[in-house]
Design a binder for this molecule. Structure first.
Ligand code: FEO
Length: 397
């Protein structure tokens, strides 16, 4: 069902209540998601973005109930990943000559995906499209989070269409941020930022400042996933500036995997040591083999220090920890300290390997890792506690 969001703009997207993962299995979506598409009605009518291909026919059929397709004068594609461009084939089958406004990179990506010679109109920052009473202004936003990304600003209605930027994987029929749980939607916005946008934080900072300096009146920010920021839309802009600036809270996250509980006991003893030094800190323990990887990465993002542990397994270490380390490498966390720990039986390579991969992922290692053989007894757990204490002291300077 379409929903009017302002005098001239109607939401015509798809709410995906059943989505549990995104980008293959790269990103968990425990709250579902939506593919937001918007219809602007003026002297000229514009469709902004579409939906993921599995919903293309459903989308087009509902769009026809809202407007005859041949009354759509332009399509604007702010970003061309398949979750937004997936219905283009189905729409353009009926209105094949409709101009598609996108960046040069956007055209290349659409050609690469769909191999169609559509009516592309390339736009750059500052280009405008007059619709009658309103005007669209295009703002290139490369690497937020693909090279083709742009934002479109609708003067007259004062709406910024930001595509993935400021989005969240969050399914709701309520559509606006003031009609859902504020803490829940901000948690999903943070998870989205960490797992999708964090590698591009320097570009986020530059682009967000550029947009703030444009002094555009802002009634709403309409992303392509999740709720529309209608109540205090600047709150998510300010959050992005904080998150992009080597964000951290007074938190230490201890991530481990364990075979027979020895490494878990080490983790818990280290946590006690951390709290001796940082009694007000939030200390979070996560079992990498059980807890959701993207939620763990979000906790790592919030932390100033990370302890990562695994038993030695087959001269290596846990695949769950290895997967997290590879994801952390790609996410490019900044200004975080870390150390490795783990139990072993006879060879004990895990700590050395995890330490090397932590360093490769950009973490600073202020102390040596800690290895313990077989099952830790009271003295060994005391050593873990002291090791956690020593690590926490490096977070106070
Ligand atoms: Fe929501 Fe980058 O696609």
């Amino acid at each position: 069902m379409s929903k009017r969001i302002s005098d001239r703009v109607t939401w015509v997207g798809k709410i995906d209540w059943e989505l549990t993962s995104f980008h293959g299995d790269e990103l968990s979506t425990h709250k579902g998601s939506s593919y937001n598409s918007y219809l602007i009605r003026d002297e000229k009518n514009v469709l902004i973005d579409t939906v993921w291909k599995p919903y293309d026919c459903e989308f087009v059929s509902r769009l026809k109930q809202e407007i005859p397709l041949d009354e759509i004068d332009y399509i604007v594609m702010n970003h061309n990943e398949v979750d937004h461009s997936g219905a283009l084939i189905e729409i353009l089958r009926e209105i094949p000559n409709t101009p598609i406004y996108c960046t040069a990179k956007g055209e290349a990506i659409l050609r690469g995906h769909y191999h169609q010679d559509w009516n592309f109109v390339k736009v750059k920052t500052g280009d405008t499209l007059n619709l009658g009473a309103t005007t669209l202004t295009f703002i290139e936003a490369p690497m937020l989070h693909w090279p083709d990304t742009m934002f479109s600003y609708l003067s007259g209605e004062n709406i910024l269409f930001s595509n993935d930027g400021f989005g969240q994987h969050y399914a709701t029929e309520s559509l606006f941020n003031d009609r859902v749980c504020a803490a829940e939607v901000m948690r999903e916005a943070l998870k989205y930022y960490v797992n999708i946008l964090n590698p591009f934080s320097p570009m986020v900072t530059r682009k967000v400042k550029e947009i703030i300096n444009m002094n555009l009146p802002l009634a709403m920010i309409c992303p392509s996933h999740g709720v529309i920021w209608k109540e205090n839309p600047m709150q998510i802009v300010e959050k992005y500036l904080q998150w992009a600036d080597s964000y951290q809270e007074n938190q230490v996250t201890i991530v481990y995997d364990t075979m027979w509980q020895s490494t878990r006991h080490m983790a818990q003893a280290a946590a006690e040591g951390v709290l001796e030094v940082l009694p007000d800190a939030t200390v979070v323990l996560k079992n990498a083999a059980i807890d959701d990887k993207n939620d763990i990465l979000t906790e790592i993002f919030k932390s100033k220090g990370i302890l990562m542990g695994s038993p030695t397994i087959n001269n290596g270490y846990s695949y769950a920890i290895a997967g997290l380390l590879e994801m952390a490498r790609g996410l490019k966390f900044k200004k975080k300290k870390a150390a490795a720990f783990g139990s072993f039986g006879w060879s004990g390579e895990a700590v050395k390997m995890i330490s090397a991969h932590l360093q490769e992922a950009g973490f600073e290692l202020p102390i040596e890792g800690l290895r313990q053989q077989w099952v830790p007894d009271g003295d060994m757990l005391d050593e873990c506690r002291k090791w956690g204490h020593e690590f926490a002291q490096t977070l106070t300077v």
